[in-house]
Ligand binder design. Structure first.
Ligand code: NAD
Length: 582
């Protein structure tokens, strides 16, 4: 039996990939796109964008004449029995779906069908809001062809679930096929085609109404986006809990079969050509139907804020970003594609520029698209090494395999300040944290317990309290923080923050003052104040206060046995005295 002949309207990521896969399996496919450059590119056996394996499929299918593109849309329709619509469906300003291309394509198909005698099937593969296929596509075709739905042509909705970066593989091995049909004849023809295409590997199939099929696509995207936003929300909580790690938490819940491991990877948020626009379109559609979708709203809201978490972490590691050289590793919205539509890298770079940072970016494939957005405002590196060289903080924005392969030593060797913020959780904190300044989305910050922010204070020196370095053996691997002035109007917390920064270069955030011990009789000085506190380091660069000194912070659970001074004893005495008095 002769194979069904197919035409495509729209040669984007979905249209070209699907067309090439169909042609690869021996179906005659004729494509049309309003963008003539895409027609020329395809006919020369090339692809207008990067997608693994796609160029190889296009090349062979063009050579064997199973795949071709034409400038005349009428020819594309007349040369086929079945037309797939794969044009873009972006958003309007208000978030609603922009159907301009859908209307245009269905009008053109209608005009072509006017010249055709035999029955024709139109398959909508573009993602469209429920009722669009019947009310917009169907009505346009009727109007411009003068023909009747059912007797002259049929309609199907066949939503696409491929993932960019894995599009060829996903087309050959989908989880399922969804067919929405205007009538049985239309559904039967499309199912028969897919049975022939997949042969022995026919996936599960759902045949249903047009609107159900339209809805399935939106609900699918909303659910997956919700899963990712959910884990990002929990990651933000983990970050505030010392010792916690979202990677472990996600693994723990993912092993529950009811939850599943996939789409539980915390990070800097999701972008891409589908989820952001589809969730907005779904929300807009629900408002028009007087229904609230609070989970979808929150999913979007969490995602709006998530990229900025990376900037906050960078600031905590290296302080203010102004004039600092920041390396951005990854621009594409996901690995293995050059697509930057709604990529979180755009928001991150915009924010870095707003903060006055000097941005140098590298992506294995998306550099050319980034140049269209940022022109010469940022620097583009040709390699990871060039990007990292002399930078003061590296941000992991896209999880390309090449970035995963890097070792802490690579950053240490190349960067001016080896500081890494892992926005995609591709590095092992156990390997990275000891070797460089390291922070990651969803990784509980390391917090420190300073057992001895100790100072001798000579009260009343003019308007000031003088805090004097009080360690007996400072700077020999022993804990010691030198002192300075404490202003009268300062609180213990603010003086502590100031003192630590002046003496060590680090910015700290006091979490809890454990003890303030005051001993007016202490010899040899008149008055001693000992402050013991817990803090988290939130920025700055650790530097010793003198050339041969060494400053150390000790994790709470790993305090050195021997301190320069037994502050624990003092605190104990203080606590005892304090409890007696109260
Ligand atoms: P795209 O923007 O990459 O490509 C759309 C193509 O349609 C463009 O080449 C454009 O020139 C062409 N076009 C516009 N109007 C036309 C017309 N009147 N006639 C012929 N061609 C026309 O879009 P895409 O990413 O391939 O997405 C297409 C549809 O598939 C969208 O509805 C999208 O939501 C959906 N989808 C996309 C993905 C994905 O990963 N990109 C996955 C699933 C579903």
């Amino acid at each position: 039996m002769r194979k069904v002949r197919i035409s495509f309207f729209g040669l984007g990521y979905v249209g070209l990939t699907t067309a090439a896969c169909f042609a690869h399996k021996g179906f005659k496919v004729t494509c049309f796109d309003i963008d003539e450059s895409k027609i020329e590119t395809l006919n020369s056996g090339k692809t207008p964008f990067f997608e693994p394996r796609l160029e190889e499929l296009v090349k062979t299918s063009v050579e064997t004449n199973f795949l071709k593109a034409v400038k005349d849309p009428v020819k594309a329709v007349l040369d086929s029995e079945m037309t797939f619509i794969t044009v873009g469906t972006p958003n309007k300003e208000d978030g609603s779906i922009d159907l301009t291309s859908i209307k245009e394509a269905s009008k053109t198909i209608g005009e072509a069908l006017r010249l055709k005698d035999s029955w024709h099937l139109i398959v909508v593969k573009s993602t469209v809001i429920p009722t669009t296929t019947e009310n917009v596509v169907g009505n346009n075709i009727k109007k411009y062809s003068g023909k009747h739905l059912g007797s002259d042509f049929g309609l199907c909705v066949n939503p696409e679930f491929l993932r960019e970066g894995n599009a060829v593989e996903d087309t050959f091995k989908p989880d399922r096929i969804v067919i929405g049909e205007s009538d049985k004849k239309s559904g039967d023809l499309l199912e028969a085609f897919y049975r022939e295409f997949y042969n022995n590997n026919f996936p599960p199939i759902i045949r249903t109404s047009l609107v159900n099929a339209e809805l399935i696509k939106y609900v699918n995207n909303a659910f997956l986006a919700m899963k990712v936003s959910f884990i990002n929300m929990i990651a933000n909580l983990c970050q505030e809990i010392p010792g916690s790690d979202i990677e472990i938490v996600a693994k723990g819940i993912g092993l529950d079969k009811r939850i599943g491991q996939l789409f539980l990877k915390a990070g800097v948020g999701w972008g891409g050509s589908c989820w952001p626009k589809d969730l907005k379109a779904l929300l807009n559609f629900s408002v028009k139907n007087n229904v609230e979708l609070p989970l979808v709203e929150s999913t979007l809201k969490i995602n709006e804020a998530q990229p900025y978490k990376l900037i906050d972490l960078a600031k905590e590691l290296i302080g203010e970003l102004n004039s600092k050289r920041i390396a951005v590793l990854g621009l594409a919205f996901k690995p293995d594609t050059d697509d930057m539509r709604y990529a979180v890298s755009i928001k991150i770079i915009e924010k870095l520029l707003e903060e006055g940072a000097k941005v140098v970016a590298y992506d294995p494939k998306a550099g050319h698209n980034a140049k269209k957005i940022f022109r010469d405002i940022i620097e583009y590196a040709d390699s990871i090494q060039e990007c990292l060289k002399d930078s003061e903080c590296a941000l992991i924005v896209t999880e390309w395999d090449d970035f995963r392969k890097l070792k802490p030593e690579d950053f240490v060797k190349l960067m001016k300040i080896p500081a890494v913020v892992d926005g995609r959780r591709i590095y092992d904190p156990g390997l990275y944290s000891p070797k460089l300044r390291f922070a990651a989305i969803g990784l509980g910050r390391r917090k420190y317990h300073n057992p001895a922010f100790a100072a001798n204070a000579i009260i009343k020196e003019g308007e000031r309290i003088l805090l004097v370095k009080r360690a007996i053996e400072p700077c020999k691997g022993l804990w010691s923080l030198p002192g300075g002035f404490m202003e009268y109007n300062e609180t213990v917390e603010t003086s502590l923050v100031r003192e630590v920064e002046e003496e060590t270069g680090l910015k700290v955030k006091p979490l809890k003052i454990i003890g303030v011990y005051s001993d007016p009789l202490r010899s040899p000085v008149k008055h001693v104040i000992t402050i013991s506190y817990e803090c988290s380091i939130v920025g700055g660069a650790l530097r010793p206060s003198s050339e041969n000194s060494e400053i150390k912070f000790f994790p709470i659970n790993n305090l050195p046995k021997r301190l320069a001074f037994d502050h624990f004893k003092i605190i104990k005495e203080y606590t005892k005295a304090h409890s007696k008095n109260s």
